[in-house]
Design a protein around this ligand. Structure first.
Ligand SMILES: Nc1ncnc2c1ncn2[C@@H]1O[C@H](COP(=O)(O)OP(=O)(O)OP(=O)(O)O)[C@@H](O)[C@H]1O
Ligand SMILES: [Mg+2]
Length: 508
């Protein structure tokens, strides 16, 4: 007997890869007009589960029913035909095609055998308007920012008239404003009777948007609870224990300035940016998206040029626009975009972890492969990287575990100044605490950490000082005591730039 509101049901699904049981036994069901959240640690099996529904993988054993009928989903077309649309953790659009071409890929309207661009663009326009995104159907996907890409993916799902919409960590890369917009769209779809599978590591989103939650641990569904369940209870279900302290920052006395940035300017991008990070310190950089934070740290790291100003590491000036010089001086950067800049996807975990150290060791003429292996083993263990072994290709790691490898690479390299750009994006609540503890170990050993984060509680919880940027300038600098959510936001939205970065904190 099936419930008329039931859209799909999964029973006892199992999926293995060589050396890995990704899913052991998962039960799940989705109803019309609900947002059903999938919750679980990095590597628990969430993405693998939804790939069974999108046709990317087929289960080893278990049953999937759609509308009460047992189905086999072999490939994306089967999935589409069943009314299932999927927005992957890693997007699936073709960068060199236009927005409209992507929306109607493989289904372009034709006229006299030719693709009917006019109809296609007009249809796309209607869908884009329904999603509420201001983007031209003729824009190339390559030119869009991440939030707009996501909206295009949603427009594409709408064009398929999907009854089931699957979203794998859609908010991980969005600003809070964009998240609100996305939620509005999801709520509207829910009212229209669409069933939505929603994956997120942001627990506060669950109560805000969800109806039910299925918790997955180590490839098994371990519970189903209402979305109104308190966060600490969700955490306990998810990681199997409770987390005492979310931000375990241990502050110590800071030493000498390890990183000093003075008057850094890149015409039209950032202006007169100055701050320092001392040994043993964590300095957070807060600000709205577009404030110029990533641009500044990329220039500090030598990845991009700058027009004026200076960067000193331990008192020694650094050549501008020279990543090798920066690395030799002991600077490391965990970039915002791990796939593009942080990892070699078709190399193993061990090779990726060794990338930085190997480079400096081979320059010195000796490569200690055994030492390398042991070090990789140790750091992967500390970070709790979930993998079949150090030989597993990074491409097949879960999203959060890929991020841990990028961080591990720099931890291994004896980095003096570690710059982290959105380090815990896509990281589960338990693993976040482990990363914070490693930050503590680094600073206790005398390193300096500079951390960009859009997660305000994280900035406030982990920083000894907070530099707030607005419109390419330092709008102010706050001590840990001064740095409240309100104080940071007030500076972040300020439009009159201060001539001197520390001015805003004076007089407190
Ligand atoms: N193609 C593959 N080959 C080998 N192992 C795989 C493959 N795909 C997934 N895995 C493994 O299956 C497990 C589950 O991964 P999955 O991506 O489903 O996790 P997740 O819950 O989505 O995690 P995250 O929150 O980090 O995105 C991981 O251990 C991962 O390494
Ligand atoms: Mg995933």
């Amino acid at each position: 007997m099936s419930n008329p509101d039931e859209l799909l049901r999964i029973e006892g699904i199992r999926k293995t890869f060589p050396g890995v049981v990704a899913l052991d036994s998962v039960d799940f069901d989705l109803r019309r007009g609900e947002v059903h959240v999938l919750l679980g640690e990095n590597g628990a099996g969430k993405s693998t589960l939804i790939k069974m529904l999108s046709g990317a993988y087929t289960p080893d054993t278990g049953r999937i029913t759609v509308g009460g009928e047992e189905v086999r989903i072999h490939g994306a077309q089967d999935s589409e035909r069943l009314g299932i649309a999927t927005i992957y953790q890693e997007f699936n659009l073709v960068p060199d095609l236009t927005v409209a071409e992507n929306i109607f890929l493989g289904r372009q309207p034709r006229r006299f055998g030719m693709i009917d661009r006019k109809t296609m663009d007009a249809d796309a326009e209607v869908l884009l308007r329904r999603v509420g995104v201001d983007v031209s159907p003729r824009a190339r996907v390559r030119e869009l920012g991440i939030a707009r890409l996501q909206m295009v993916e949603i427009a594409k799902a709408l064009s398929l008239d999907a009854r089931v919409l699957i979203m794998d960590e859609p908010t991980a890369v969005l600003t809070s404003e964009e998240v609100e917009k996305l939620f509005a769209i999801v709520r509207r779809l829910r009212e229209d009777g669409v069933g939505i599978v929603f994956i997120t590591h942001h627990l506060e989103e669950i109560a805000a948007l969800g109806d039910r939650v299925t918790v997955i641990r180590d490839g098994r569904s371990v519970g189903q609870v209402p979305a109104s369940t308190p966060e600490d209870e969700l955490v306990r279900l998810m990681v199997g224990r409770s987390i005492e302290q979310q931000y375990p920052r241990e502050r110590a006395d800071a030493g000498d300035a390890l990183l000093k940035v003075e008057g850094l300017t890149r015409d039209g991008v950032f202006h007169d940016v100055g701050f320092e990070v001392r040994a043993g310190e964590v300095v957070g950089i807060a600000g709205l998206v577009g404030a110029g934070r990533t641009e500044v740290v990329r220039a500090v790291f030598g990845a991009d040029p700058y027009d004026a100003g200076a960067v000193h590491v331990a008192g020694i000036p650094l050549r501008r626009h020279d990543v090798n010089a920066a690395m030799a001086a002991g600077i490391g950067l965990v970039p915002e975009d791990r796939k593009g800049q942080g990892l070699v996807l078709d190399a193993s975990v061990e090779e990726n972890l060794g990338l930085v150290t190997l480079r400096s060791a081979s320059r010195a003429g000796l490569v200690d492969l055994k030492g390398q292996h042991e070090a990789a083993e140790r750091i992967a263990g500390q970070l709790g990287v979930r993998m079949a072994g150090l030989g597993q290709h990074v491409r097949t790691l879960s999203g959060g575990n890929q991020q841990k490898v990028v961080i591990g690479k720099w931890l291994l390299a004896d980095t003096k100044v570690l710059i982290l750009d959105e380090p815990t994006r896509g990281i589960d609540v338990g693993a976040k605490v482990e990363i914070y503890q490693l930050i503590n170990e680094l600073t206790a050993a005398g390193a300096a950490v500079l951390m960009i984060s859009s997660d305000l509680p994280e900035v406030l919880g982990m920083s000894d000082r907070v530099v707030v940027m607005a419109q390419g300038r330092v709008a102010g600098e706050l001590t840990a005591e001064q740095a409240t959510q309100d104080a940071v936001m007030a500076l972040a939205v300020s439009t009159t730039p201060h001539s001197n970065g520390t001015e805003a904190s004076r007089g407190h």
